[in-house]
Design a protein around this ligand. Structure first.
Ligand SMILES: [Zn+2]
Length: 222
């Protein structure tokens, strides 16, 4: 498209679908990007970050706290079809990864904790896969589907405590057929870390299959 046509298309789009801040939904005027200045400054606060250590994964890095308007934004992404948020979310995750893991060259690939097939078909997309795809693109690492979720579980958000959440995810993942992770260093992406039981279980499967190192990366921590 040449410039005037693109500008006209932009104006028409702006009229029908005014741009809103991806977090607080405030109308965006001339600001570039997808955030209003207030959300931009709140989200760039390094105090939002969390680095957690695990049993089967070495560390889990999360750029943001899962609360308030970020939580509402994420629920629009996960349940209300705002799948395009994944580009911005993945960029925040990538920036966090790049700063906290300076030696990124040692990693072999990016993967994610998948949804079960029935749930993916119902939702139409796998929210963690979209984040992983974005992180892979920003980092230049290959995106590798390594895990399969073969047991349907009740949603983690409906379970009560850590023990229950851990029991809920036990033995739900397996390695995809024909996949080898022997000696691989893997970045494992999920959307939110709460008790960590989902990521521990997925990491356990990868480690028991021979993976050398798992570094988890999530959008937010609860
Ligand atoms: Zn905002």
């Amino acid at each position: 498209m040449d410039k005037p046509v693109r500008r006209l298309a932009g104006l028409v789009l702006e009229f029908w679908m005014p741009r809103r801040c991806l977090i607080c939904q405030k109308h965006l005027e001339a600001e570039p990007g997808e955030l209003c200045p207030a959300c931009r400054s709140a989200l760039s606060d390094p105090a939002q970050r969390e680095v957690r250590t695990g049993v089967h994964f070495r560390r889990c890095l999360s750029p943001l706290r899962y609360e308030g308007e970020l939580r509402s934004s994420f629920l629009r992404y996960k349940f209300r079809g705002h799948w395009h948020y994944s580009h911005t979310y993945a960029l925040w995750m990538w920036e966090c990864l790049r700063e906290l893991e300076p030696d990124l060259r040692r990693f072999d690939c990016v993967t994610w904790t998948p949804l079960s097939l029935p749930r993916r078909l119902r939702r139409g997309y796998d929210q963690a896969q979209r984040l992983a795809r974005g992180v892979a693109r920003y980092s230049g690492l290959p995106l590798c589907p390594l895990l399969e979720k073969y047991r349907h579980t009740s949603p983690q958000s409906g379970t009560r405590d850590a023990a229950e959440r851990s029991a809920n995810v036990r033995d739900v993942y397996c390695l995809r057929r024909g996949v080898s992770v022997e000696g691989k260093r893997i970045i494992l992406v999920d959307d939110i870390i709460t008790t960590g039981s989902t990521l521990e279980e997925a990491s356990r499967v990868l480690r028991e299959a021979g993976a050398a190192e798992i570094c988890c990366l999530t959008l937010a921590h609860a």
